[in-house]
Design a protein around this ligand. Structure first.
Ligand code: NAD
Length: 333
């Protein structure tokens, strides 16, 4: 069966997902939810979307009575994900939600609980979990080719422009660079090391307190410790372009990805040579795989469910806390 999806939030990433879905085999874009009638008209003609599958933010609870939509993909600003997923669950539809799934772990857990209670699936848009060179490193690690994993470095950043955008608004973004781009290093540390961290330390620096207001982080360095003794050292920033690098080292060898989380091609090498997996459009593969997870109970190599999203948010909550208090905080994921 094909997973019939409506996209909520027809902005820049929503548009990218819609384009990528045109070549999906198991997922199909069939509906939209938007506050802008002109965008709805445009998408209707571009993607052949029937009027009865078009909603706005006031009336989309009635998707409950629409048998032609299976899932809703939330691609709005971070601070709006929580309420949207609760409403989608109440309407009995599966939810796919962009990262960060919410702006703190408590909200994330409420979303997981609501979807469990409604017996619908909740998945988070972790597209790297389906990226072939990333999966090749995970395979090598699992088969012992890197030896005992000792160290991960994650560098995630870009230079943010327009100071009036929602990404620099605490209410809508939930924070700053950490919520938006640093989360790639957090999530990456977990899937590259292959363990859940047990402690975190973090330090925040700000060069522009006018652009980056209270509660909106510009640059944060953080360190994670893992049960095996492996450690991670990461940087999240809104002040450097082309910062997108993962480096993993074990006692036998290394793996590196640069770029590591951009839209691709993702490039990398290990002590054995260059990684050669072909580039695929991340969002196309993600949506086909998610269709399999939702409709056929398939499993991803690295999970993309709500519980996975909550783990990243617990780490982000702890990072924000230790940036203020200093010291080292234990994590219980
Ligand atoms: P965007 O600003 O381009 O689009 C956001 C959309 O939400 C717009 O169409 C806007 O009209 C709509 N919206 C609805 N209510 C709004 C409100 N109250 N205030 C502002 N906008 C409102 O942003 P984007 O880059 O598309 O990001 C959207 C989400 O997608 C974010 O959560 C972001 O983290 C995520 N994202 C994920 C990836 C990825 O690679 N997985 C990439 C980019 C963005």
């Amino acid at each position: 069966p094909v997973l019939r999806v409506a996209i909520m939030g027809l902005g820049s990433y929503g548009t990218r997902v819609a384009e990528a879905m045109q070549t999906c085999k198991r997922a199909k874009l069939v509906g939209v939810i938007s506050g802008t009638p002109a965008k709805i008209k445009d998408w209707q003609s571009k993607y052949n979307i029937p009027e009865k599958n078009c909603y706005n933010y006031e009336n989309y609870d009635s998707v409950k009575d629409n048998p032609d939509i299976d899932a809703i993909y939330v691609i709005t600003p971070n601070g709006l994900h929580h309420q949207a997923v609760l409403r989608i669950a109440a309407a009995g539809k599966h939810a796919i939600c962009e990262k960060p799934m919410a702006i703190n772990a408590q909200e994330g857990q409420e979303m997981v609980d609501a979807c469990n209670k409604a017996n619908v699936k909740l998945l988070v848009g972790y597209r790297m979990h389906f990226e072939p060179n990333t999966l090749e490193i995970i395979r090598m690690r699992n088969e012992g080719e890197l030896g005992k994993i000792m160290f991960f470095q994650g560098l995630s950043g870009f230079k943010i422009g327009d100071p009036t955008q929602w990404r620099l608004d605490k209410e809508l973004a939930g924070g700053g660079a950490m919520m938006d781009i640093g989360i790639y290093s957090i999530n990456g540390a977990r899937y590259m090391v292959g363990e859940e961290p047990i402690w975190v330390t973090a330090q925040e620096t700000k060069t522009d307190p006018i652009k980056f207001k209270e509660g909106v982080d510009e640059t944060i360095q953080f360190q994670l410790g893992f049960p095996s003794g492996a450690v991670a050292s990461c940087l999240s920033t809104y002040s450097m372009n082309h910062l997108d690098r993962f480096f993993l080292n074990g006692d036998k060898g290394f793996a590196e990805l640069q770029p590591s989380t951009g839209y691709g091609p993702i490039k990398g090498r290990t002590h054995k040579g260059e990684l050669m997996k072909p580039h695929i459009t991340h969002q196309t593969v993600q949506m086909d795989q998610m269709a399999g997870i939702i409709s056929a109970g398939e499993k991803a190599v690295v999970p993309v469910d709500g519980a996975e999203g909550v783990k990243d948010l617990k780490i982000i909550d702890a990072i924000y806390e230790v940036c203020k208090t200093g010291g080292k905080k234990k994590l219980d994921l």
